[in-house]
Design a protein around this ligand. Structure first.
Ligand SMILES: Cc1cc2nc3c(=O)[nH]c(=O)nc-3n(C[C@H](O)[C@H](O)[C@H](O)COP(=O)(O)O)c2cc1C
Length: 365
C-alpha cells in the first residue's frame, strides 16, 4: 500500500465559528507555539507551506533590545508576505518600554502582539518578566492594560497555570486580562515550577477557559497527535490549540489537524525523504537571509530535530553537526540520504521520535 493512500480516523471536533482575535479572523484554529531558537521565519514558512497552520509567532523578543535597534533582536522579527498572519512575542516588565515596543511593532506591520508571561527561565524571571509576572497580579494587569491601550492591533497573552501548585492564578488573570481588552489567551497547562516535567494539566486549562466570557483561549501543551488534540478540545473546551515541540517532531501536524477537523480523517506525516527535502528547503531559505557559514551555524539546532525525526544514525547526525562549509554539509546529507533511517524505510512511515525537553532545575536554565 502506498503511503499516499493511508488515512487515519479520529472523531472530528464539533464545528465552531472561525477563531477571532479582535477583528482579525484566523485561517484555522491551530497555532504554532513560540519556541526560542526554532520558530524563526524559515521554519514558519516551511510549516505554513505544508498547510493548516494559522498564526505564527516569533519566539520571545526583548522589548528593550527591539527599541535599541539591536541587530540580533531585529532579525528575530523579520517576516515576509507569505508569513501571515504573524505575531511577535515580547517580554519585559517596564511599562514604558513594553508600550513603545508594541507601538514599534504595530508600525512595523505585525498582525498581533503577544506578551510572554510563561517563560520560566531565571534569566527572564529575575527581572520580573516571563512567568514572574504571574506573581504580581495588579502590576501585571495594569501593564497589560497600558499595552492594549497603546496600540490598535490585537494584544494577546501567553501564560502558564501559575507559579506553582499553590498558586494556580491563570483563571483570575484570564478574567482580568479580558476586562482590560486582551484579544486572546494562550495557556500552557503547567506551572512555572513544573518546567516541562509531568503531563499537561487539562483541568487547569479548562478552569482558565471557563474564566473568560468572550475571548478565545488557546490550549497548549503536549499535543503531538490528533488524539492529543481531540482530548485537548474535549476536556478543556478551548477554542484553538497551539503546538510547539510536536511541530518540530512533525511539521505536518497542522495539515493533519486541518484535515481531521474537516473530515475526521487525516494522512500520515512525511517520510524520511520528505523530511530530507524539507530540511534542504529550510536551509535554502536561511541562505536567502544569511551567508552560508552563518546559515550553517544557525541551522544546527533545527537540523538536530530534522535528523532525529528522520531516524538518522547518531554518527551521521554528528557529521552533519560538524559541517563548517556548504560542501561539508552537502556531503553529510548525501551519506544520510544513501543510508536512510535506522528504523523504517526511506519512503514509508517513520516511528515517532523521542521529544526531548529542556531539563534540570528551572532555576538554572
Ligand atoms: C526549546 C523551547 C523554547 C521555548 N521558547 C518559548 C518562547 O520563546 N516563548 C514562549 O512563550 N514559550 C516558549 N516555550 C514554551 C512553548 O511555547 C510551549 O508552551 C511548551 O513547549 C508546551 O507546548 P508543547 O508541548 O506543544 O511544546 C518554549 C519551549 C521549548 C521546549
Amino acid at each position: 500500500m502506498s503511503i499516499e493512500s493511508i488515512r487515519y480516523q479520529y472523531p472530528k471536533p464539533p464545528a465552531r465559528p472561525p477563531l477571532q482575535y479582535g477583528t482579525l479572523t484566523l485561517p484555522s484554529r491551530y497555532l504554532l507555539s513560540p519556541l526560542a531558537g526554532f520558530t524563526n521565519l524559515e521554519f514558519r514558512l516551511i510549516v505554513r507551506e505544508l498547510g493548516g497552520m494559522s498564526l505564527g509567532t516569533t519566539d520571545l523578543v526583548n522589548a528593550r533590545g527591539l527599541l535599541h535597534g539591536n541587530e540580533g533582536t531585529r532579525s528575530m522579527i523579520e517576516t515576509c508576505a507569505e508569513d501571515r498572519p504573524f505575531s511577535v512575542q515580547i517580554f519585559g516588565s517596564e511599562p514604558d518600554i513594553m508600550c513603545q515596543a508594541a507601538q514599534f511593532l504595530e508600525n512595523y506591520g505585525v498582525d498581533a502582539i503577544d506578551i510572554n508571561m510563561g517563560c520560566p527561565v531565571h534569566r527572564i524571571t529575575k527581572g520580573g518578566a516571563g512567568s514572574a509576572m504571574m506573581c504580581q497580579q495588579e502590576e501585571t494587569v495594569q501593564l497589560v492594560r497600558q499595552i492594549v491601550e497603546s496600540v490598535s492591533v490585537p494584544v494577546t497573552v501567553k501564560m502558564r497555570l501559575g507559579w506553582d501548585d499553590q498558586q494556580i492564578t491563570s483563571p483570575e488573570f484570564a478574567a482580568a486580562f479580558e476586562s482590560v481588552g486582551v484579544a486572546a489567551i494562550m495557556i500552557h497547562g503547567r506551572t512555572r515550577e513544573q518546567g516541562f516535567s509531568g503531563n499537561v494539566n487539562l483541568e487547569g486549562i479548562r478552569k482558565t477557559v471557563e474564566a473568560v466570557k468572550n475571548i478565545p483561549v488557546i490550549g497548549n501543551g503536549d499535543v503531538r497527535s490528533i488524539p492529543d488534540a481531540g482530548r485537548m478540545f474535549e476536556e478543556t473546551g478551548c477554542h484553538g490549540i497551539s503546538v510547539g515541540r510536536g511541530a518540530l517532531a512533525n511539521p505536518w501536524i497542522f495539515r493533519q489537524l486541518g484535515e481531521w477537523e474537516e473530515t475526521g480523517e487525516y494522512g500520515p506525516a512525511g517520510t524520511f525523504l520528505d523530511r530530507l527535502n524539507l530540511l534542504r528547503k529550510q536551509f535554502a531559505y536561511l541562505e536567502r537571509r544569511f551567508s552560508a557559514d552563518h546559515a550553517i551555524i544557525r541551522f544546527r539546532k533545527m537540523g538536530h530535530w530534522y535528523l532525529k525525526g528522520m531516524r538518522v544514525r547518531k554518527r551521521l547526525r554528528g557529521d552533519f553537526q560538524m559541517a563548517k562549509t556548504r560542501e561539508e554539509l552537502n556531503a553529510a546529507l548525501v551519506v544520510i540520504e544513501e543510508e536512510g533511517p535506522v528504523r523504517g524505510t526511506k519512503d514509508g512511515i517513520l516511528p515517532d521520535p523521542h521529544i526531548p525537553v529542556p531539563s534540570g532545575p528551572v532555576e538554572r536554565w
